[in-house]
Structure formats: structure tokens, C-alpha cells
Design a protein around this ligand. Structure first.
Ligand SMILES: NC(=O)c1ccc[n+]([C@@H]2O[C@H](COP(=O)([O-])OP(=O)(O)OC[C@H]3O[C@@H](n4cnc5c(N)ncnc54)[C@H](OP(=O)(O)O)[C@@H]3O)[C@@H](O)[C@H]2O)c1
Length: 181
């Protein structure tokens, strides 16, 4: 059964990027790619992904020659100037009401073919899925750093139940189920 999972790295004080979208606090850290709760194992269970426009622009700017994901991807934006990476299955659209997000989610679940839907980020987008009752899990890899300000992890009140945790390299990784009303 498809689960909709927000999986991200975060600072200890709950930011997923600096205010100017830097991930320098993250990219230099040591992690065992084959270790517990590693990302490769997570991605094997993913059949569709969704991200906001800032995240998409970060990926395009930092990896201009390639697109790392083979599964269908949705990029949410109101902008008209975003282009899909050539050859990649990327659908650029807006879904700014709970009804539109629910319809989009139905499409993503169908495309995922029984695998999970990964909400890549940002935090408010994950919050929109939570608001609509569509978010099942939150998985965080917590880096040993605080940055004081930036793009928030999940700017909502969401009740969670811890289901798994592990130490991997410099990170503490935690999986939570979302408590639904
Ligand atoms: N630490 C990590 O592992 C990790 C993971 C993911 C992301 N990140 C980073 O975190 C930062 C996140 O940036 P962010 O907080 O700005 O979030 P974002 O979700 O990447 O981008 C937000 C923008 O997406 C568009 N959007 C969001 N929801 C929408 C909807 N329902 N319908 C239509 N458009 C929608 C809006 O912009 P427009 O309409 O103007 O396009 C919105 O301002 C980025 O720097 C990213 O690289 C880090």
C-alpha cells in the first residue's frame, strides 16, 4: 500500500536549507550510504516524487547535466518559466487548494504503482499534504548543527509517533507516523 512520506535532512533547529537556499551545512557531513536508514533503500520503495519550485531550482542549478530520479516527478509552482529537465518525466503544475492537491495526490499514487510517494520538500509543501490529510510519514536525518534561520522543516502543528530510529554517521535518523485526525 502506498505511503506518502516526507523524507528530508534537517538541522537540529528545524531548517532544511539556509535563507539563501544553501545546503553547505549538510553536504560536507559523513554518512554511510549503506548504513541504517540510508537513502538508497528509501528511494527503492518510491514510485513518484513531488517538490516545490525552490527545491526544483536548487536541484537544477546544482546538477544541471543530470536528473537523479527515474520515477515520475511533479514540480509545484505558479511560475510559467520552469522547464522540465530534458528527457525526464517531470510534470510542472500548480495545486494550491486542498482539492487540487488531493486530485494531484490521486494521480501520483496511481503513477507510483504500489510504491511510495516521496514529498521531497520544502516544508510548507509537506505541510499542505498534512493539512489535506494526505501525509502518512515523516523521516528526518538530523545533522549535528543549528543555523538559526532558514527554510523550515514543517511549519505546522503535526502530531507524530516515532516508529524507527538509527544513528548513521554524523546523523540521527528518525521515522514517524503522522497522527491523523
Ligand atoms: N535538507 C534537505 O534534504 C532538503 C530537502 C528538500 C529541499 N531542500 C531545500 O529547502 C529549500 C526549500 O525551499 P522552500 O521552503 O521555498 O520550499 P519549496 O517547496 O521548494 O518551494 C516553495 C515554492 O513552491 C511553490 N509551491 C509550493 N506549493 C505549491 C502549490 N501547492 N501549488 C503551486 N505552487 C506551489 C511556490 O512558489 P512559486 O509558485 O513561486 O513557484 C512556493 O513558494 C530549498 O532550498 C531546497 O533546496 C532541502
Amino acid at each position: 500500500m502506498t505511503r506518502t512520506v516526507y523524507n528530508t535532512a534537517t538541522t537540529l533547529d528545524g531548517f532544511i536549507a539556509t535563507s539563501d537556499h544553501s545546503l553547505d551545512w549538510l553536504l560536507s557531513r559523513q554518512i554511510d550510504q549503506n548504513g541504517p536508514m540510508n537513502h538508497a533503500d528509501f528511494e527503492k520503495r518510491v514510485g513518484a516524487i513531488v517538490m516545490g519550485s525552490s527545491t526544483y531550482r536548487w536541484v537544477r542549478e546544482h546538477e544541471p547535466e543530470s536528473w537523479a530520479y527515474s520515477m515520475p516527478a511533479w514540480v509545484l509552482t505558479h511560475r510559467q518559466d520552469l522547464e522540465p529537465h530534458p528527457g525526464a518525466d517531470i510534470r510542472i503544475t500548480a495545486a494550491d487548494t486542498p482539492e487540487a492537491l488531493t486530485a494531484l495526490h490521486t494521480e501520483m499514487v496511481a503513477a507510483a504503482g504500489g510504491r511510495d510517494v516521496w514529498v521531497v520538500g520544502g516544508g510548507d509543501l509537506a505541510g499542505q499534504f498534512a493539512d489535506a490529510g494526505l501525509l502518512d510519514e515523516v523521516v528526518v536525518s538530523i545533522a549535528p548543527v543549528t543555523i538559526g534561520a532558514g527554510a523550515p522543516l514543517l511549519p505546522r502543528h503535526v502530531e507524530l509517533v516515532r516508529t524507527e530510529w538509527a544513528v548513521n554517521g554524523e546523523f540521527v535518523c528518525v521515522r514517524y507516523d503522522v497522527v491523523k485526525a
